[in-house]
Each structure stands twice: as C-alpha cells, then as structure tokens.
Design a protein around this ligand. Structure first.
Ligand code: 9UX
Length: 69
C-alpha cells in the first residue's frame, strides 16, 4: 500500500530527515521518503502490520501533524 501524507510543521531539512528516519523504523513501513519542499511523506507500507493511524502516530511523535485532505 502506498500513501502520500501532507505534513504540517516541518521547518528545515533536519525535520524532514528525522521524520523520514522515524517512519522507516516503524514496523510495517517498507520505505518512506519525506520532502520538506513538498511538505509531504510518501510511504509504502504493509497494511497488515501498520495502518494510517500508526503512521499518523509517528508523525505526531516527531512533533508534526498530518494535514487531512
Ligand atoms: Mo530544524 Mo526541525 O533546526 O524539528 S530539525 S526545525
């Protein structure tokens, strides 16, 4: 499963690389790529092991928010 999450609150390349690392560490995430410029995270994940709530939890634990829509 692939999803593009719009992320609010990233201000520098440290933010995006921290979030990318944390997403990639999450069980069930196959690969994650975070773009500061696009304010977005592209995530490929195994939906049997993690869902959108789990991905949102990682984003929030990093201090950012998932923008709905
Ligand atoms: Mo940059 Mo982000 O100094 O959490 S790392 S603003």
């Amino acid at each position: 499963m692939n999803v593009t999450l719009k992320i609010a609150g990233m201000h520098c390349n440290g933010c995006s690389s921290n979030l990318e690392k944390m997403l990639n560490k999450r069980d069930g995430v196959i690969s994650a790529k975070v773009s500061l410029e696009a304010a977005a995270a592209e995530v490929e994940y195994d939906e049997a092991r993690v869902g959108l709530d789990g991905l949102r939890e990682v984003v929030e634990n990093c201090g950012f928010d998932v923008v709905e829509g």
